[in-house]
Write a protein that binds this ligand. Structure first.
Ligand code: BES
Ligand code: MN
Ligand code: ZN
Length: 490
């Protein structure tokens, strides 16, 4: 879908007229004549339309141009309200048969900010994303038709703001594709191929480690997960050097389990197909790196993705096995389904040794317990640094990829002590998401600021939302892009 900016409304047959909360009497109406206005006002009353963000009243005017008017609620008129409106507009028109819609910003008395218009355009574009690759029989009337949204009368500065939002939108599309691909198509090697193809030419430096290289480095934790699979594991690192050479490096580290059967501690059959998106953390890291490179972010960021498939097999890790991680610390594996933390342990060790980051943010679909606690509204945040935690929470609120913080402490940490090794890979009965975080924390070196985001409930959605349809949400890309732009640049 294409976003076009114009100074005046074109002759498009469909025009959206933005209306703020309780702002209908103040609407300037743009191209709509008086009799049209009367019809629309009556329709708005009948629909009890009050300009609530994302609400729409659809009115057809016989013989007039425009012949179809959409009153489009923008709520408080802030970024959030405009974003909701953009998503709702696309949801309404995407498969309607219409190819074009004009959005008349001159028809609103309160001109939105450039940032709000950019969010409107971004959310509208994000809501149009679909994954139809494997459908050969989609009925004609279910196919997307909307090609263009023309925004008339955007304020100065919208071009630059939209440039950045468009980069985020493209990055998010990569994340969603990776998350949606079936696990026979997307496995560690093909994950690497797809990502490298998608970021080619953007100035990103890539490093790929195969299993032989990882064995050489002693990555026994990650390889212990991978060894039951016929597919080889990979570690993919993407580095974006947007700031000076001596400037600090921030690492983003993602769990990339391309399919999680649970291994020998096998999962129940029902719903196991969901575990194709157990690489959502790595997917978010890939999408964020693409967004940062596309908008040439002025920050040094390295994105690391630990990629494995967790399968039961004659060669798979057994409950009771002890693995030696790259850090030298030993791990008693008591449940092979607690595999994400094993992958992350070696990925964070590798990035600390190789790139010396001052800050690490890891993202992982790590625990079912996170979904029990937070549902699908917030990702879980765990951090050893209050300042970093606050920055991430603020970025989450601003970008609408929300986070909620949980505690870490020595007493939780003790719950993963093992009688025969340095630690075990599961805790006790309670606090499953926290003990998982404590586990990763044991691989963070002194003085490094670290945050762990458990995004188990955020990667996939069973129902459509503001900026996504059912399916992959692209969670994490908007969040991390905001985090970088507000805290690491300038
Ligand atoms: N990938 C799962 C967590 C998960 C479950 C994410 C459901 C999204 C939806 C993870 O590898 C896992 O299996 N975790 C176990 C940990 C347990 C064995 C300590 C879990 O949450 O049950
Ligand atoms: Mn698992
Ligand atoms: Zn998993």
């Amino acid at each position: 879908m294409q976003i076009v900016f114009s100074t005046a409304v074109d002759g498009s047959p469909i025009t959206a007229v933005p209306v703020a909360k309780n702002g209908l009497e103040r609407a300037a109406w743009g191209n709509v004549d008086e009799s049209g206005q009367a019809v629309i006002a009556a329709a708005a009353r009948a629909a009890r339309f009050e300009g609530e963000a994302g609400s729409i009243v659809d009115v057809f005017l016989a013989g007039a141009t425009p012949r179809q008017i959409l009153l489009l609620g923008v709520g408080a008129g802030d970024e959030d309200g405009w974003a909701k409106a953009g998503g709702a507009l696309t949801a309404k028109l995407l498969t309607s048969g219409a190819t074009d819609v004009s959005v008349d910003l001159t028809a609103t008395p309160d001109t939105p900010s450039a940032a709000a218009v950019a969010r409107f355009a971004a959310t509208a574009t994000q809501r149009a994303w679909r994954f139809d690759q494997y459908r050969t029989k989609l009925p004609e009337n279910s196919k997307p038709t909307l090609e263009r949204i023309t925004i008339a009368g955007a304020p100065d500065g919208t071009d630059a703001a939209w440039g950045a939002q468009s980069a985020v939108t493209d990055g998010m599309a990569l994340t969603r594709t990776l998350v949606s691909e079936p696990p026979n198509i997307l496995y560690p090697e093909t994950f690497v191929e797809q990502v490298l193809a998608s970021v080619e030419g953007l100035g990103i430096e890539a490093t790929v480690l195969d299993e032989a290289a990882m064995r050489e480095l002693g990555m026994g934790a990650l390889l212990g997960v991978s060894q039951g699979s016929a597919r080889e594991g990979r570690l993919l690192a993407l580095r974006w050097n947007g700031a000076g050479e001596g400037d600090p490096v921030t690492a983003l580290v993602g769990k990339g389990v391309t399919f999680d059967t649970g291994g020998i501690s096998i999962k129940p059959a029902a719903g196991m197909e969901d575990m194709k998106w157990d690489m959502g953390g790595a997917g978010a890291v890939a999408g964020t790196m693409k967004a940062l490179a596309l908008r040439k972010a002025k920050a040094n960021v390295v994105g690391v993705m630990g990629l494995v498939e967790n399968m039961p097999d004659g060669n798979a890790t057994r409950p009771g096995d002890v693995l030696t991680s790259m850090s030298g610390q030993t791990i008693e594996v008591l449940n092979t389904d607690a595999e994400g933390r094993l992958v992350l342990a070696d990925a964070v060790t590798w990035v600390q040794r190789t790139h010396k980051p001052t800050t690490i943010v890891d993202l992982a679909t790590l625990t079912g317990a996170m979904i029990v606690a937070l549902g699908n509204e917030n990702g879980g945040l765990f951090s050893n640094d209050d300042g970093l935690a606050e920055q991430l929470i603020a970025a989450g609120l601003a970008s609408d990829d929300k986070l909620w913080r949980f505690p870490l402490s020595a007493t939780y940490d003790k719950m993963i002590d093992s009688p025969i090794a340095d630690m075990k890979n599961i805790g006790g009965k309670g606090a499953g998401s926290i003990t998982a975080a404590q586990f990763i924390g044991r691989f963070i070196e002194e003085g490094v600021k670290w945050a762990h985001l458990d995004i188990a409930g955020m990667v996939w959605s069973d129902k459509p939302g503001t900026h996504h349809d059912k399916g992959a949400t692209g969670y994490g890309v908007r969040l991390l892009d905001r985090f970088v732009s507000e805290n690491l640049e300038g």
